[in-house]
Design a binder for this molecule. Sequence first.
Ligand SMILES: [Zn+2]
Length: 358
Amino acid sequence: MPSADVFIQAGHEGRTSGATGATGPLGNEIEWTPIVADEATRILRSAGVSVIREDATLQGVYDVKVAIFIHFDGDNPSCRTGASVGYNDPTDKPAASEWKALYSNYWPFRWMSDNFTSNLSGYYGFSYTRTSDAEFVIELGEISCLEQAEWLQPRLKWLGSLIAHFLSKRIDKGNVPEPGPFSGGIITPTSWSTFYSGLELDGFSVPQKGLSNRTLLKALGVETEPFGEVIRHEDREFIKGKVSWFGGSKDRTMAPDETVALTGEVGRGLSEDDYYIAMRWDYLGRKLFWVNRHLLVVNPANNKAVIVRAIDWGPNTSTGRVLDLSKKTLDYLGVQTDDELICAFSNSSNGTRQVGPI
Ligand SMILES: [Zn+2]
């Protein structure tokens, strides 16, 4: 039986006859549910949450913690309904209510009562999922109502990010942040892509799990890098790992005059507004390549990205962390110590651009 953390179905997807979903003035349900489902799935997988992503055709039994079925409502005459949830068991209600509470912070139109149609309480998908927490139908709004459709249409990916946050929080895995109010699409998935330069550059590698590392051996007696998995995000390879921060006047772990390994700057003298990074580079005898080398660091959960400069070596492998960054970098990307970020080489350098958000 297929199993995963969560199950996400795009309602009606793939149907050519029968229940092909509601239609509306700005688009049809069958086109919109996959956009929401794909974005939620992408974000959750980037955050390490396993997802079974299905269309309308279900078979067998899916064994998950939470299962959701994404829909938009349709009505005739239009604009008599709104958002709603549906479930067939009282044990599903806490999760459904938590979703309603979250979405209510943003959804400006009406809510229908739970299970206001038999399609909601008797949804066919419920017989295919076996959940440890909950399974329920999400109706995101009435697609046939122009006023609601105008609100929904630009927010389809945003709705996916809100659902990803909800599911991540519900199962306590992945730490997907709440996206906050829709920003008009300012955060684009590919804003960082023009800087992406892979995991290998001029014969050097971004430190990653399984690479032998002479610098690591000399410093800590560890032969092979133990952390930093290679993952794919937006069709590109990155190293993923836990983060922490260092440097600046608030870093009490550094001695007042301690200098950083690559650039020789005094660690506690670093600006609070700077964007820099330490990783366990293999730099013995090849330090010049790494001094002020630019790297691209991305938060896959919100696609915010920064260019940082390599200035120091670390952290100790005993921390389990992979990336040590400036506090400013963590704050901008919206993460805290021991959250995860991804990184790769940037094609920029001190000669071509400043460090900071892109
Ligand atoms: Zn539907």
